[in-house]
Design a protein around this ligand. Sequence first.
Ligand SMILES: Cc1cc2nc3c(=O)[nH]c(=O)nc-3n(C[C@H](O)[C@H](O)[C@H](O)COP(=O)(O)OP(=O)(O)OC[C@H]3O[C@@H](n4cnc5c(N)ncnc54)[C@H](O)[C@@H]3O)c2cc1C
Length: 373
Amino acid sequence: MNAVEGLAHWGAHPAYDHDPTEAEQEWLRRCREGRWLCLSWPERYGGRGLGPVEIAAVEEEFARAGVARPRLGMGETLVAPALLAHGTEEQRTRFLPSILSGQDVFCQGFSEPDAGSDLAGLRTSGSVDGDELVITGHKVWTSDAHKSTMIFTLCRTDPAVPRHRGISYVLVPMADNGITVMPLRQMGGTYGFNQVFFDKARAPLSNVIGGLNNGWRVAQTTLGAERGGGVTTQHLGYLQEWGTLLAVSRANGSSRHPLIRQRMATAYAHVRIMEFSGLRMFSRLAETGTLGPAASINKLFWSEYHRDFGELAIEVLGLTATVLASEGVPAADLQRVFLESRARCIARGSSEIQRNIIAERVLGLPRDPAPRE
Ligand SMILES: Cc1cc2nc3c(=O)[nH]c(=O)nc-3n(C[C@H](O)[C@H](O)[C@H](O)COP(=O)(O)OP(=O)(O)OC[C@H]3O[C@@H](n4cnc5c(N)ncnc54)[C@H](O)[C@@H]3O)c2cc1C
């Protein structure tokens, strides 16, 4: 067994401002050395060329050993799928190895103050100057920008054409490049995301993925990038949290209250539904290689479950919930779930947007009226 002592992280999601512990860094190093990262990438870029079924089998083995398989952040989960689908060979050989080695750490500069759900309304501009793109604009909610070396961003490179057609997807270095990162603090006190200002930031045209003005298509690949391999194990973190809450509830006597008992039972049923629907999604993955719109059902289900679980946790904690608990005690972890889980109903596409996708693409209902081009 190669696992490092003191690895287990609590719960379904690490804190927004979580910094890797020494044990996690060592675990990442061992997984990198053993080639257990970026499993779906072709071998020539440092992956293993595994399909979704094989990846799910690996995830289950890691889960059985009680450890999580590390991910290399948005570089692995969001940029790499775009590079593999739309990048040139030169771009793949430039960026994939540097994502794998940890040299390039990416953040996502998509959302703007007036362009979130309606992303195509973005205003950040990109103009060609020789063999470079010069970028000016304002991005917001940029997770981990303060820890990143590169930002993958969308900018408008042709304002004269219909808005989906004049957008480019570009990888921009962040250091000494006219980019200012300003922190945004969340209600739990954590600092996980930022505003990012571009003031004539420069990127070589060779960093534009999928060609100039073709960024919308590339962005769809990033937005649809699914962590398929984890669908059969994702319920485990939620089960761990539920077990912690049960212990608190038994200890403070709230488990004797019939309504609390009923809500605990409902929460448990939801975690089991996540487990079984994970198996169903896995069958689809095995057959088609993609989750398709089922990814929206999954995202909606876990994010809203987690929000409701956070509310239940605060009720179970009772008066204890009103005192800000210190790190490492169950109350602190449960308070964090309450404070952070609501944002996950917005991040990566809000619940309303997921419901629109499910209505249109799964149930075949009439389309939501689109904003005018
Ligand atoms: C924790 C967190 C991390 C994030 N990290 C990043 C990041 O790293 N990079 C990045 O680029 N962005 C990031 N985001 C931004 C996120 O993608 C946007 O917040 C999200 O897309 C919603 O956009 P908005 O905030 O502009 O809300 P709006 O789009 O203004 O929506 C406001 C409300 O209107 C609803 N609404 C909008 N359109 C419709 C519609 N057609 N039908 C029904 N209801 C609708 C929404 O559901 C929402 O309730 C993050 C957000 C959060 C909360």
